[in-house]
Design a protein around this ligand. Structure first.
Ligand SMILES: [Ca+2]
Ligand SMILES: [Ca+2]
Length: 143
């Protein structure tokens, strides 16, 4: 590779990198996982989940992911979260009955495999965030 070609390659790489960083930082929401469409950082923007698994990504510092369930969880579901070691991703569950929203449980431990069993007679929402680090996570829903 001659010098000018190398310069061109390096320049292209830098421009491409800036482009990717700009895109992923767009609106400060970060990239999403298969179960989510960013932005979903508030309860009003929650992504609807109809299955029994949520696959998301805490894509950047401050990313928060909200999901609304479709009643597939039943009234006494257990939620288990899995994530990479060295990353601390937490979640909490909210129940809304007759327009009143209450937090009914949270998994604030540091380990992958943290679980919580809750009572959700109404509409269930899940809020996910990172206490430390960032990366992908999976939440299993067990009715
Ligand atoms: Ca996300
Ligand atoms: Ca988000």
């Amino acid at each position: 590779m001659n010098i000018s070609l190398m310069r061109y390659s390096i320049l292209s790489f830098i421009i491409a990198s800036i482009f990717v960083v700009t895109l992923s930082g767009c609106g400060s929401y970060g990239i999403g996982g298969p179960s989510e469409v960013e932005p979903n950082n508030t309860m009003n923007l929650a992504d609807r989940v109809t299955g029994f698994e949520i696959n998301g990504v805490i894509g950047m510092q401050g990313d928060e992911d909200w999901f609304v369930l479709n009643s597939q969880e039943g009234v006494n579901p257990t939620f288990i979260i899995y994530h990479d070691p060295g990353v601390d991703i937490d979640f909490e569950v909210y129940n809304t009955t007759y327009g009143v929203t209450q937090r009914v449980g949270s998994a604030l431990g540091t380990n992958s495999g943290d679980a919580v069993r809750v009572h959700t007679p109404g509409q269930a929402h899940i809020r996910v965030w990172a206490h430390q680090g960032m990366g992908p996570y999976r939440i299993q829903i067990m009715p």
